[in-house]
Write a protein that binds this ligand. Sequence first.
Ligand SMILES: Nc1ncnc2c1ncn2[C@@H]1O[C@H](COP(=O)(O)OP(=O)(O)OP(=O)(O)O)[C@@H](O)[C@H]1O
Ligand SMILES: [Mg+2]
Length: 594
Amino acid sequence: MARNRYDMDEILEDSFDLGQLKRLGGYISPYRNKMTVVIILMLTSSALTMAVPIFFQRIMDVYIPARDMRGIALMSLLTFAVAVCSAVAMRFKIKTMNIIGQSIIHQLRTDIFYHLQELPFSYYDDRPHGKIQVRVVNYVNSLSDLLSNGIVNTVTDLCNLFFIIIFMLLCDVRLTLICLCGLPLLAAVIVFIKRKQRRAWQIQSNKQSNLNAYIAESINGIRVTQSFVRENENSNIFNGLSGSYRKAWMRAVKFNFTMGPSVDMISAITTSFIYVLGIRWILAPDATLTVGVLIAFTAYIGRFWAPINTLAGFYNSLLTAISYLERIFETIDEPVLVKDAPDAVPMPPIVGEVEFRNVCFSYEEGHRILDNINFIAPQGSTYAFVGPTGAGKSTIVNLLSRFYNVDSGQILIDGTDISTVTIRSLRTQMGVMMQDSFIFSGTIMDNIRYGNRDATDQQVIEAARTVCAHEFISQMENGYYTEVNERGSRLSAGQRQLISFARALLADPKILILDEATSSIDTETEILLQKGLTELLKGRTSFIIAHRLSTIKNADCILYIDKGGILERGTHEQLLAQRGAYYELYISQYDFLA
Ligand SMILES: Nc1ncnc2c1ncn2[C@@H]1O[C@H](COP(=O)(O)OP(=O)(O)OP(=O)(O)O)[C@@H](O)[C@H]1O
Ligand SMILES: [Mg+2]
């Protein structure tokens, strides 16, 4: 898939896959018993309310002519009892269906989030994070109305309609047929607008997604925005996106608004015919209709069109929901490209020999980033990667943790191809400090303990001491229990690095990966840290990436990476003696410092 941006619409599905509604049915089915109870209750209540026009008809045609006050009082009492019963049933329905609707939404949201956590880096590389968020939060919420009211209302309305038609037929067959003539007209309206309406809602959801993507991006980049005084330009972009969203929304609801008035119009036309013909039949010399029957029938007309109106509303919210459902299930179905092989076994306890054998890799098809990488790092050795920006150093270590799959070749740890073992068993034995390490909201203690929840406070402090972070942490107002924000915005860049460094160490990994672990740390701290590290790295295989060559001088082997290949390899002394690229780099840093 091409990389998506906030100003790029996502691809729209052409035809709706009914299977998606079936899948939604799968989420609903655990609640079918409760829903059945609600539906039965609603049907009983509406069957009772349907008897009310009969009470009136009896008052008009029987009790008033007979001046039977007791009969009239009885009918009034029954009408009141029916109203109380239906109010109680309605309250029960609203409460139960809201609970059910929210439970289904909770389940859907949890499933998406669970899946998102499994999706590989490449998924996140390809799309703005705001577009992912909008699916988990907004799209799922938009199903709320459909799930809490739509389904039960539809079933009860359909049943109601059936009963009403029976009652209407019992009153008068001719009037019923006139009333039913309206339905084909309504079907014609639906067929006419259906396609356009679905597309309009899809576009609306796309525009909402774009807007969200831009908001998320703007919040993440707010510091740069303000330092480059880009507020006005950004507001213009936002206005544009918000304007498109508004336009798309207006266009989509316009179709929804078409339905209600169409139902009203058709109902008005058929009702007029019923009045005209009904009164003619009453006034005819051989009157084939009584006033009471016409009054009862007109009461049914209202009840006939009311469920049709709500069914039309349901149809609207179904089309709206479908545009969101497509996106929700698309996310849940997103293939996990980096996953355990079907016959994957747990990685045995790692000893530490790492081999890259003819490894080739590209992030995007046809754009090769690593070309035939070969090296063997013996157990306990320290391998360093140096080379220009964008050469592929971070990519190499990302492959070792299997954050991406290689295109060809193999990566072996202790002779086992890492693609044949379970990802969990592999990653739990590795300590990774990424170039752009993340600090989570919570205490510093929690942040260091992130990868090893069983670690004691003492172990956390020990890890912090090793990376020379203990001092600054102790000086913070609550020491290790100082709360930091997401991204660690209240810490300095070097402090963030040290915390991430301690986090990588705490897992007591057999293989340690440090990508620019000390680039933001002052030289004095780094020298101190180096001393502690030498002791710590003993017995572990470690991969260190650094631009500052002083950091890696003591490595057992230095690989100079350039344009995705290994240009030079050897110890610091060997590479200097070669007088190649490494030598040039070393001299330039030396000159720079001199
Ligand atoms: N997620 C990605 N999707 C596509 N291309 C990427 C991605 N990450 C990196 N690249 C490309 O891969 C190449 C190697 O990137 P890599 O991050 O491995 O470089 P590096 O050697 O670590 O550089 P630096 O020293 O700046 O950290 C670069 O050309 C970069 O543009
Ligand atoms: Mg890098």
